[in-house]
Design a binder for this molecule. Structure first.
Ligand SMILES: *Cc1c(COP(=O)(O)O)cnc(C)c1O
Length: 361
């Protein structure tokens, strides 16, 4: 096997999806599995669908197209608003998309009409996190315009919190979302088939006895892939946090002094280190290793090495480790767990091939 590589245990991904689907089902909440961190991996998509997700969520049309080209027929929701320049591709490959701009929905309608299709729309409402969302006072005006568009099916409304400003989903903002769904239905005499309440950040609320109201869908990425909730990055009980592993190879192993020497200027990635307070100094003289990984492969500060090993620093291609009491063997592999940020950097790096294992059950 080549190094570096990103190993994916598909059985663990499937288990995580199944566990969350089973916990949310009694609440009447289905799971849209967001696979965007894997760039539309057909293997991961197959695993989460086998785990009971009713739909896939992707942020980029390229990923949706990759899934379709690989034969995935499950419904796909584009969770980022389509670009005006991509509406044709969006209606061809995605069943539905999250939207906040009437002009873009109108362009989707024209594109869908030209292709003889209908495109589903989930209107995203601003609940305070100040990323995407229609302000509540504008919602009915937007709905009115969207309902006039011939090739658009207004599926429902949705919201996204905790991404831009860390606003926590709670009974108050989720009740607001449910109330908005109800008032749209009353005002226009229609039924919304979905109220997509949020992301993995909503799990504490939903599974902690929150008032579910009209919410019937959550778009879950990090919790399925990495087994953590993103508000505090706490592991979710019963889920695997190690479905993804980044593997690198040792290219230098030596006992090194604790202090760098010479005169100091900037490092490859920013200001000079505070030599007295550097991680290397904290470790004293001792066994170090260089693993052939760096900023070109991942976010080095988002890696968790095996117990007893610590990341001291990284440049583009070198990851410097303190290896406890032992010198690692040259050519040996070191396995790292990843944060969501490190995972995204690894999957988007052309330097890191992905290896799938752990067969779906
Ligand atoms: C990325 C994303 C999600 C998934 O978020 P996780 O925290 O990974 O569960 C859900 N909804 C939208 C709109 C997103 O952009």
């Amino acid at each position: 096997m080549s190094t570096p590589r990103l190993e994916v245990d598909l059985g663990k991904v499937q288990h995580n999806a199944r566990t969350l689907v089973d916990r949310l089902a009694p609440l009447g909440v289905g799971v849209t599995a967001v696979t965007k961190a894997t760039l539309g991996s057909v293997e991961v998509a197959t695993a989460v669908l086998a785990g009971g997700a009713h739909r896939l969520g992707e942020s980029r049309i390229e990923n949706v197209e990759r899934l379709r080209a690989a034969g995935v027929v499950a419904p796909i929701l584009l969770v980022r608003s389509p670009m005006l320049s991509q509406v044709d591709r969006v209606v061809t490959s995605a069943d539905a998309s999250c939207n906040t701009e009437v002009e873009i929905v109108a362009a989707l309608s024209e594109a869908a009409l030209a292709q003889g299709r209908r495109h589903g729309v989930v209107l995203m409402v601003e609940l305070g996190d100040l990323r995407e969302g229609i302000l509540a006072e504008d919602l009915e005006r937007v709905v009115k315009e969207v309902l006039r568009l011939p090739a658009i099916h207004l599926r429902g409304i949705g919201a996204n919190l905790a991404c831009q400003n860390g606003v926590v989903p709670d009974d108050r903002n989720m009740a607001r979302l449910s109330a908005l769904a109800g008032s749209v239905e009353v005002a226009f005499g229609l039924h919304l088939v979905e109220v997509s309440g949020g992301s993995s950040a909503n799990l504490d609320w939903a599974l902690g006895g929150g008032a579910i109201g009209r919410v019937d869908d959550l778009r879950l990425g990090e919790s399925i892939l990495l087994g953590r909730e993103p508000l505090h990055r706490t592991p979710i009980e019963g889920l695997h946090t190690d479905a993804f592993t980044l593997v690198g190879e040792v290219i230098e192993a030596k006992v090194k002094p604790s202090q760098p020497w010479g005169s100091f200027a900037q490092t490859a990635f920013g200001p000079a280190v505070d030599t007295a307070g550097s991680r290397s100094a904290e470790h004293g003289e001792g066994p170090r290793a260089i693993v052939a990984l760096g900023h070109q492969d991942t976010d080095p500060w988002g890696l968790t090495p095996p117990p007893g090993i610590e990341v001291l620093g990284a440049s583009s291609d070198h990851l410097v480790l303190a290896t406890g009491a032992a010198l690692l063997a040259l050519g040996s592999e070191v396995r790292f767990q990843l944060t969501y940020g490190a995972l995204v950097r690894a999957t988007t790096s052309s330097a890191v091939p992905v290896w799938h294992g752990g067969g779906t059950r």
